[in-house]
Design a protein. Sequence first.
Length: 145
Amino acid sequence: MMLSEVATAEQISRVISQATAPAFLLGAVAAFISVLITRMNRIVDRSNFLGALPEGDPGRSRLEVILPRLKRRARLLNKAIEFAVISGICTTVLVILAFASSFLNFKHEYGAAVMFSVALLFFAASLVALLFEVRAALHDLDFYV
């Protein structure tokens, strides 16, 4: 490889500036995953509490009705977490490919745009799954009142 074929400091600087938006998305996805996992942990804790009630407990039969609702919410949150993780992976791959393309002197703008769009689509899918879970949680709240 000739010296002129190696990425210049200007090209690398441009890639770093272009990686700013994906870096912010990656931070948002990481924080969002933390929120989703916290919600999932609350559902698991509630399910474990219900499962730990003794068989003869008078409230157990009334509370067992809640388990299918909790399972549905857990499935929705699991989907949301999966979509968010895929979004984070796409964003990470985007940044890695941007730097690799710069070092190898390849054009990466179109590929970066596609990868960023895919990452955003998965992030949006994660938000939609969370929306459905929140609606299910609010529906469950009506059940208790």
